[in-house]
Design a protein around this ligand. Sequence first.
Ligand code: SF4
Length: 460
Amino acid sequence: MQPIHEHHFYQYLSCPNWIYWEREEWKTLEMLERRLMMDGLLPEMNRKILESRGYDEVDEEDHEEAFARTVQLMEQGVPRILHGALVHGRYVSRPDILERVEGRSRFGDYYYVACDIKRSHRLTREAKIAGVFHAEVLGLIQNTRPTQGYVMDPKGDVQSFLINEIEGEYHLTLLRLEETLEGDKPREFLSSHCKRSPWFAHCKQGVESCDHLSRINRIWIEEVEMFERAGYKRVSQLAKVKSSTLEKNVPGMKLERLRFLHRQAQSLISGKHDLVEPVALPSAPVELYFDIEADPLRDLDYLFGVLEIENGKETYHAFLAKSPGEEGEAWAKFLTFMAEHPGPVYHYGWYEIEVVRRLAQKYGSDEALVEALLKRMVDLLGLVRPKVIFPLSFYSLKDLAAYAGFSWRNAEASGAGSILWYEDWLAFNDEKKLKDILEYNEDDVRATYVLKKWLEEYAT
Ligand code: SF4
């Protein structure tokens, strides 16, 4: 029987078939990939965060050895254990921190609670479910199940949640995970999580060949079920039906939403985009296209790439932190450059806005400068999504820019890949990796520019 670790919950929740396809042969994820998937940080970052509080660390890699050492430390009643292991039957839980609190357990007048360190400042559903898993295994080991779970952010701030609030969902997920391991194949349903899964290509082919309704970008499971109940099981069926018939047959769905999904289905079948409403795009003699590369394992934003377009002349500027300690300097240079170059700042998605706000706070940047920059930022994805329907299941920059005719120099490059390149650069000083990252970032801003030009031509 394969052991179940907390990262299997993350895997299952992002792609149920990931577990299914690997049930016979559990592929061991590399430490970096595992931490990346779980929104965790590197062990050295965890140590730094806990430095001022003090801790005993379990550094045994083997789970059984790590468990024996953890129990030893728990019996001694040390205040805090970093990277401990809890093993019970097939369950292997490795919370980042075990913290001693007052109460009763088999160890004496105290027990331990579990806390994971996550990059996200938000308490995610996945982190909570992993937290319940830790609490369950802790309960089996110390005879006291904690009532709260904890998540610490990179600043050391801790958020808590009640275990019994999410317990029901945890047990359901565990049950499904175990059934999947027994060979029960989960249903395929395309979602924005698919691209995180190594099995995506496998599924995509199946979903496309059966023309499943989840091919429609951002359709909800509940919406698919409503269509299925009305007899529309394939995108082609949905595309073919007359609007008036559809409106009569699917009365429970809001009309505006129903019409939008219908048009999406028609676009997928015809292979043509569909303009819902013209897109208003600010333009000026100087336009900037902006993209950030981050290393979430270090809670680091290390590259601010900008493509400057001045009267058709294209110049790429990179503000790069070659080491984590240079983030502040790269950020300051970027801010100065942006202040000196007026005009709209195009980017793709919410991340750039979030980083500008976060780094401004982190480095105490000039508020007026930051506010002026934020006002100039134009999120192309936010503009496009409600107004242009593409004949595509996914609306990532890669998908939309490819539709607009752009191709990346390195077709295999990805955000996750660039994180591993940066880690390689730091570990081995490999200049080639740094060059690959810069090329990838430059292609991203160029892709944003190509998409904007396409929108000017076809969607304004
Ligand atoms: S459709 Fe997507 S999320 Fe679902 S199993 Fe396939 S790859 Fe995973």
